[in-house]
Design a protein around this ligand. Structure first.
Ligand code: FE2
Ligand code: FE2
Length: 127
């Protein structure tokens, strides 16, 4: 994982790194036996669980309520987008699996830079 994306909370950083590892594994696996739907189900579950634990973690950080709300809304939006990507894939309107995974990865990467890195000062202040 890009070291610039480390936020300084070991459990959360580990989950981010596991997510990027999953993306890389899926992108390098070539013609997988698994269906695109199974791959997206596993990926969505991993992302969903991460968002849940990150939200629990944020509650203990004392960040402003508005910031928490915006961050949670961004998580919800990603889950909604993933659901739509999944539906498109199931109806045969999806993009090739590599493109789909790269799109999800770019989306998570963008979220990390726009929202998760914003937690860094609060984590540092809490230490
Ligand atoms: Fe987040
Ligand atoms: Fe995150």
């Amino acid at each position: 994982m890009n070291p610039n994306l480390i936020i300084g909370a070991p459990a959360i950083d580990r989950q981010h790194s596991e997510l990027f590892r999953s993306f890389q594994k899926l992108l390098s696996s070539g013609d997988s036996e698994e269906s695109i739907s199974d791959i997206l189900s596993v990926l969505t579950e991993q992302i969903y669980k991460h968002f849940h634990s990150e939200e629990q973690f944020m509650l203990g950080l004392g960040i402003p309520a508005e910031m928490l709300k915006a961050h949670q809304a961004a998580h919800e939006q990603i889950v909604e987008d993933l659901t739509q990507i999944h539906l498109n894939a199931m109806h045969g309107q999806g993009l090739p699996i590599e493109t789909t995974i790269a799109t999800v990865e770019a989306c998570v990467n963008h979220h990390l830079m726009e929202f998760d890195l914003g937690l860094k000062p609060y984590i540092q202040a809490a230490c």
